[in-house]
Design a protein around this ligand. Sequence first.
Ligand SMILES: [Zn+2]
Length: 266
Amino acid sequence: MLRLDPSTQAPSWLLHGARALKRAGGLALDLLYPPSCLACRRAIAEHGGLCPECWGAMRFIERPFCERLGTPFEADLAAGESGRTISPAALADPPVFQRARAVARYEDGPARQLVHRLKYGDRGELAGPMGRWMARAGAELLDDSDVLVPIPLHWTRLARRRFNQAAALAKAIEALSAVPAETELLVRVKPTPPQVGLTRRLRAKNIQGAFEVPAARRIEAEGRKIVLVDDVMTSGATLNAAARVLLRAGAKRVDALVFARVVTES
Ligand SMILES: [Zn+2]
């Protein structure tokens, strides 16, 4: 006889049944979409990760790095050891944002594939894991911030692509960090041509006047500690331009968190 104790929520056979169903569901999902490496798509054991080769090839950025730019000090190990924390590049040409952090180098390793696949392909699958890595790399920024602001696309580009990868990453980080993402605090008012292939100086010029904080949203920027979110940082021109506009709107501090960054510009 089956006796139901009112203090227990469900009889054990039901719980076992639910668990078995869930297991079967998982198996069915694995059969439909076998787990594959997020970068090279080789088969792996579990969803949402990299194969051992890609993992080994990822050029993760770790300390010692420049506290301002987040660029690794590997070329100048003595600098890291001597306790110097700001790179010569940051001293010579200080960024508008306070600190930048990145998960990995963009130039080599699978970071480039991940960025490309997020932008043009398997979106849902990638934003979560990439956001998880970013939340880890940017932990000290997130610990002391009020709001995440993704770098916006101009509406014409958004209409064409229907997806803003920076917003997807910000949403993924929001879910992990409890720092809210605000996708309309900063808008792109100028449809800038792609920055690819432009010199550092042209990039900065190209992006001038591209961003704006709408008058109705200024109050949300005032006095806030903001973390800008983007997929890639190259010269930093885009993040600097966005930071400048937010600071002008009254933000207390602006940091930058990206998935990958170019460390050595050619
Ligand atoms: Zn792989």
